[in-house]
Design a protein around this ligand. Structure first.
Ligand code: ZN
Ligand code: ZN
Length: 362
């Protein structure tokens, strides 16, 4: 992965935006542009020059991860050093990341950079990150591989009566690490029975009982890149209504996947799946967007949702989830989620675990 090339692409946008420099403070963006993985770091990106700043804890790590870049190490507050680095790059009009500063951080920066004009910048790095290169795709596929393996072992082959949601979540995390993940991609969602009616249920001590629906939303991380998958299975015979809902969500997901093509409007991809659920009279029971990009962050651009601006489209090379769901209070819910690679030859689904409403009771 060529970080210098990525920085050149980001820098090429500065002139269009009327900026001399961009202050990159969102850590996933710093990592994307420099390779630096520490928990504190900033990149000052000029039109032709860049400086990575971090604190004394990360001096050696920054040298190892970002050897091709000028680095500055501070031992006190960052803002005066950021201001100096910006001045050294000759910057007068500086963009900052709206989502990358706290109010306090912004105040300190304004104080330190009193002679510069600071303006909130349109996202510069996020649109670049939306398109994955082959190495990024390989990492996401490895994360998905660990996810598939853990799902198979823990849910398809290992589910037993009485296990709690919390215990199952822990087993999934352990299994993903055993399968080669460096970490989980996010807190796993494990929901039994009526809990499956909550789209983002937090695991509890509720034990698994016969007849429960089991909804599992899980993912791993490999070299910083995440995976994201949801499956819904049953433990014993589920209510008939859930079987119908599962069929509906399966059709909605297939429609969403088919629509995930380069150049498709984000809102149209959402609509392709949502209309299937709306036509069945259950539009109200699908209260979230259809999907999101996955990469260094579990939720990142592009976002497939009804409210997406009409002009925003799926770029070729994006990896997005397609995850329709239908949730019925008191009964439970079904979500099916897979990551797909958006290619000119059509969408490529990355998840390999079966999507059927399998009865996994022994
Ligand atoms: Zn998910
Ligand atoms: Zn997701």
């Amino acid at each position: 992965m060529d970080h210098a090339l990525r920085r050149a692409r980001a820098a090429a946008r500065l002139a269009e935006l009327g900026l001399d420099a961009l202050l990159v403070t969102r850590l996933p963006n710093v990592r994307y542009l420099t390779g630096f993985t520490g928990s504190n770091g900033q990149l000052v990106l000029g039109r032709d020059g860049a400086i990575l700043l971090t604190d004394g804890r990360y001096e050696a790590q920054a040298a190892e991860e970002s050897p091709d870049l000028e680095r500055r190490i501070y031992r006190d507050e960052a803002p005066p050093h950021l201001a100096r680095a910006l001045a050294d790059l000759g910057a007068a009009r500086v963009g900052f990341e709206r989502e990358g500063l706290t109010y306090g951080g912004w105040q300190r920066l304004v104080e330190a950079a009193a002679r510069m004009e600071l303006v909130p910048a349109e996202p510069v790095v996020e649109p670049l990150r939306a398109v994955k290169d082959p190495e990024e795709r390989a990492r996401i596929e490895r994360a998905q591989g660990a996810t598939d393996e853990a799902f198979e072992r823990v849910v398809l082959a290992g589910l037993r009566e009485g296990v709690s949601e919390r215990e199952l979540a822990l087993e999934l995390e352990v299994a993903m690490r055993r399968a080669g993940a460096e970490d989980r991609g996010f807190d796993p969602i494990v929901a039994f029975g009526e809990h499956a009616a909550e789209p983002h249920h937090r695991p509890t001590d509720r034990p698994l009982r016969r007849g429960d629906v089991v909804k599992v939303d899980m993912g791993a991380a490999v070299d910083g890149y995440r995976s994201d998958m949801t499956r819904t299975v049953t433990f014993g015979e589920p209510p008939e209504r859930l079987r119908e809902i599962h069929g509906l969500v399966t059709r909605a997901q297939a429609a969403g996947i088919a629509a995930a093509r380069p150049g498709a409007a984000l809102r149209e991809v959402d609509a392709a799946a949502r209309s299937v659920i709306e036509e069945a009279g259950l539009g109200e029971a699908f209260p979230h967007g259809l999907g999101h990009g996955v990469g260094l962050e579990i939720h990142e651009a592009p976002f497939l949702r009804r409210e997406a601006p009409a002009g925003e489209v799926l770029p070729e090379g994006a990896i997005v989830t397609i995850e329709p769901g239908v949730y019925v209070p008191g009964l439970g819910g079904v979500r099916i989620e897979d990551m797909v690679v958006v290619t000119a030859d059509g969408p490529t689904v990355l998840g390999r675990a079966p999507r059927d409403l399998l009865d996994v009771a022994p």
